[in-house]
Design a protein. Structure first.
Length: 400
């Protein structure tokens, strides 16, 4: 081992998400999520896939509320905290807030999750039960199994506060079981007023400029897919989401529209923003690859590279070349193979030379990538250091 190689030290620690570009599709609490991601070093691209439209002036909500006051429900299911609070606030605005609370309090209240439970209790009411999974499916099973009152739901009047979209499966199952279901549409999901940021986020995914997409609601995931379909980009988007782009969802309900079209997702154990970010923080080291190259430590992270701990931005073409070289570190990769690795995969080998020159400039250490005359290029791997580094790092899920 040469002295130059033996003195290489592992790079200093950097923020866990440094070098990764993360797309945020949320409308509500998007700033909070972006702040958490940026504190961990990520570059955030915000493309809200929807907007929340309150329906406090909606006659449908007013009519449903007055009907429940006139004939109080036996059971009320609160699906979201923001929705339940908005319902009570709307009723207060109509001068019937106390009447609504009295009507709901005369029966049993079920909270789909802790936020809904908190909103119920903040209003002065008490919930009967909440599912550990925070899922509507478990709420439905609980009701149909008779756990709420010991006799099932036949003949019962059940109010279901919707969470931005219809719940046809829940409503139909309860109706078939003999209950009278009153749907309460407290707010609705609508496409964003300015569709531009969402289109730019989709374009970024397709251009290999986004490493991760985050989703905090099922409607956001469905809206993203719908917009891609409108633009004729659905299949291209699905290919990206099934391949290099990681989809992180706050919980299983949010993940459902993606998993229905065979897009793999990762989710935290608890459906919370903080838990989702921590889960992502733990997930991303598996998408990092560290290599000792030409007397330096090279670390590939999404769309940036760390050279001896210093973060250096690299254009998509350069990252494509670097990934191709890193799959076989120390070995020569032909120009023709590198050409196929470039975004678009077309043109002539001059495109490889241009992208390689820009890559070397971006890395700031031109000797990291060596030119092998008439053959191609290679990463100048330091094999002795590489053999002692454990070889456990991965690049986009590919083992060394």
């Amino acid at each position: 081992m040469s002295s130059a190689v033996s003195t290489i030290s592992p790079p200093a620690e950097v923020p866990p998400l440094a070098g990764f570009t993360i797309g945020v599709t949320a409308a509500r609490r998007a700033d909070e999520l972006a702040t958490m991601l940026e504190r961990r070093g990520a570059v955030v691209q915000h493309g809200p896939a929807l907007r929340i439209v309150p329906v406090a002036d909606d006659t449908e909500l007013a009519d449903a509320t007055r009907a429940l006051i006139a004939r109080p429900p036996d059971i009320t299911v609160a699906t979201t905290g923001i929705g339940f609070r908005g319902w009570v606030e709307a009723a207060d605005g109509w001068g019937i807030g106390e009447d609504l609370l009295a009507a709901l309090g005369s029966g049993k209240l079920i909270a789909r999750g802790p936020k809904a439970r908190g909103a119920i209790r903040a209003s002065g009411l008490v919930d009967t039960w909440s599912p550990p999974s925070e899922s509507s499916a478990e709420v439905l099973d609980y009701l149909l199994d008779g756990a709420c009152d010991g006799r099932g739901v036949d003949g019962l009047r059940i109010a279901v506060q919707l969470h931005g979209e219809p719940l046809p499966d829940v409503v139909e199952a309860l109706t078939v079981a003999g209950s009278e279901v009153i749907e309460v549409p407290v707010y609705r999901w609508m496409p964003p007023v300015d569709i531009g940021p969402l289109d730019r986020l989709i374009d970024g995914v397709l251009a290999s400029c986004v490493d991760v997409l985050t989703f905090t609601s099922a409607p956001a995931a469905a809206s993203l897919l719908a917009r891609a379909t409108e633009r004729g980009l659905r299949e291209e988007l699905l290919t990206a989401l099934r391949g290099p782009v990681l989809s992180v969802c706050v919980g299983p309900v949010t993940a459902a529209p993606l998993e229905a079209v065979d897009v793999p997702t990762v989710q935290p154990h608890r459906s919370r923003l903080g838990a989702m970010v921590r889960h992502l923080e733990a997930e991303m080291p598996g998408r990092v690859r560290s290599l000792p190259v030409a007397g330096h430590w090279l670390e590939l992270r999404g769309h940036a590279v760390l050279v001896d701990g210093a973060l250096r931005g690299v254009q998509p073409a350069g990252m494509a070349l670097l990934r191709a070289l890193a799959r076989r570190p120390g070995r020569v990769v032909a120009r023709s193979e590198l050409l196929r690795a470039l975004p678009g995969g077309s043109g002539d080998e001059h495109a490889v030379e241009t992208a390689m020159a820009r890559l070397r400039t971006a890395l700031g250490e031109p000797k990291l990538v060596q030119t092998v005359v008439k053959r191609g290029y290679r990463l100048a791997l330091d094999p002795a250091v590489g053999s002692s580094s454990g070889g456990g790092h991965c690049l986009n899920g590919e083992s060394r």
